[in-house]
Design a protein. Structure first.
Length: 116
C-alpha cells in the first residue's frame, strides 16, 4: 500500500520561507508524477477549492500555479523517495493545508500559516 507523509509545515512571517517534504512509501517512487495541492483555510469541506500548486514529472519537468511562480520550487530526490516544495517570499494567501499526491494517493496534509 502506498503511503505519503508530509512534514515541514508551520507558522512563518510574510516574506519568509518554508520547505515541505513528502516521503512516499510502498511504491517505485521514481516513475510517476508528484503533485502538491493547497486547500485554503476554512474550506476543508469543499474539495473543489483545492488548488494544484506545483507538480514534477518523472523526468523532472515542473509546472506551477500562476500564484506561486517565481516563489515556489518543487523538486524530488528519487533515492530518498521524497518530494519537496520550497516556498519563498511567502504571502498570507499562501496559508492553507498542503497535501502531496502520488499515483492517486494523498498525504494527510500539513498546515502552513503565513502571518505576522
Amino acid at each position: 500500500q502506498v503511503q505519503l507523509r508530509e512534514s515541514g509545515g508551520g507558522l512563518v512571517q510574510p516574506g519568509g520561507s518554508l520547505r515541505l517534504s513528502c516521503v512516499v512509501a510502498g511504491s517505485v517512487f521514481r516513475i510517476n508524477t508528484v503533485r502538491w495541492y493547497r486547500q485554503p483555510p476554512g474550506t476543508e469541506r469543499y474539495l473543489e477549492q483545492r488548488e494544484l500548486v506545483a507538480q514534477i514529472t518523472r523526468d523532472g519537468s515542473t509546472n506551477y500555479a500562476d500564484s506561486v511562480k517565481g516563489r515556489f520550487t518543487i523538486s524530488r530526490d528519487n533515492a530518498k523517495n521524497t518530494a519537496y516544495l520550497y516556498m519563498d517570499n511567502m504571502k498570507p494567501e499562501d496559508s492553507g493545508t498542503y497535501s502531496c499526491w502520488y499515483q492517486a494517493y494523498w498525504g494527510q496534509g500539513i498546515q502552513v500559516t503565513v502571518s505576522s
